[in-house]
Design a protein around this ligand. Structure first.
Ligand SMILES: Nc1ncnc2c1ncn2[C@@H]1O[C@H](COP(=O)(O)OP(=O)(O)OP(=O)(O)O)[C@@H](O)[C@H]1O
Ligand SMILES: [Mg+2]
Length: 307
């Protein structure tokens, strides 16, 4: 199911991020200008890297998945399992050892202009203002008036209208991350690739950013591949979740679970249905129902105070 069939365009889907100045402007997809959402077809991808003494070490094995236009696909997996590698391949930032990736039906190209990438850190230029940083994302050759209007609309969308002239050191970490998201959207990508975009934020800001991403996606329903460590984030944001992991006796991660998340967004974080899926995903990540990692020694006694 794609979110364009789910939330996008749904009346009232554009919700406030919070009661404060972070509230995004109510803009429609025309204003944001995202006129394309591309399908991504990942076919039998293997990725090997040189291992010990140059022998190939398989990181990804036989990954096949079709992401439909406008869908939000979350990619979960333990650290080092190859999530970022898969995202880099989808953006043409790396080349697969075997297999192919098609975007909108044609092979991904190096640094594919149909995609935009958002990272865990905002990677802003410190000497440039919020506006100038967002403008860096505009496709080359965008006419000035059109670019200025687009940047202003995106800055409003991410709730930073009052901070457009500020430099990165004059805004908070959450604001910097919103600037980075607006810069990625400035590219008008058919596919937005997000690698743990909220991973460095505190828990509350993270929840607000998740809501913001929903709002942004409702206004500009592009295809999103979202890498995250956070099971709840995946359940809240994604139409579908894939879990990467190793199968017994085989080298390299492949898709070991695929879950279609039921219900329209925003979802009730406390629902029994999501709780069941959370348990399944956590078990796939090697965490049991009580939050304990298998194979890790449990601490039973609290040290006496003063510690
Ligand atoms: N350019 C590279 N050369 C050699 N090995 C690499 C390269 N890029 C990634 N790897 C290896 O591939 C494996 C997967 O890395 P990747 O960064 O994709 O993991 P990840 O799932 O994103 O981890 P994390 O959750 O910690 O970000 C790691 O063992 C890493 O060392
Ligand atoms: Mg990573």
């Amino acid at each position: 199911m794609s979110s364009s069939q789910g939330n996008a365009g749904q009346p009232g889907a554009l919700r406030a991020v919070s009661e404060s100045a972070t509230r995004p402007a109510a803009v429609g997809s025309d204003a944001v200008g995202s006129d394309a959402a591309f399908g991504v077809s990942i076919r039998s991808i293997d990725r090997d890297f040189p291992g010990e003494r140059g022998a190939p070490r398989r990181v990804l094995r036989d990954i096949t998945i079709d992401v439909t236009p406008g869908e939000v696909l979350a990619i979960l997996g333990t650290s080092g399992c190859g999530k970022s590698t898969l995202l880099r391949l989808a953006g043409g930032l790396d080349t697969a050892t075997a297999g192919s990736i098609l975007i909108d039906g044609s092979p991904v190209t190096p640094f594919d202009a149909r995609t935009a990438v958002g990272f865990q850190e905002p990677r802003l230029l410190p000497w440039r203002s919020v506006t100038q940083n967002v403008a860096l994302g505009l496709p080359r050759g965008t006419p000035k008036a059109e670019g200025d209007a687009r940047v202003a609309t995106l800055i409003d969308l991410v709730g930073l209208g009052a901070f457009a002239g500020n430099r990165p050191r004059e805004i908070s970490g959450g604001m910097a991350q919103r600037t980075s998201l607006a810069r990625a959207l400035a590219r008008n990508p058919g596919v937005l690739l997000l690698d743990e975009p909220f991973g460095a934020l505190d828990a509350l800001t993270r929840l607000k950013m998740q809501d913001l991403l929903l709002d942004v996606h409702a206004a500009a329903p592009t295809t999103v591949l979202l890498v995250t460590h956070d099971v709840d984030e995946a359940l809240q944001l994604a139409d579908r979740i894939i879990l990467l992991g190793r199968e017994d006796g085989l080298e390299g991660s492949t898709i070991i679970q695929e879950i279609v998340v039921p219900g329209r967004r925003p979802r009730d974080r406390g629902s029994a249905e999501l709780a069941e899926l959370r348990g399944r995903l956590l078990a796939g990540l090697g965490i049991d129902r009580h939050g304990e990692a298998r194979g890790v020694e449990k601490t039973t006694a609290m040290p006496a105070f003063p510690y």
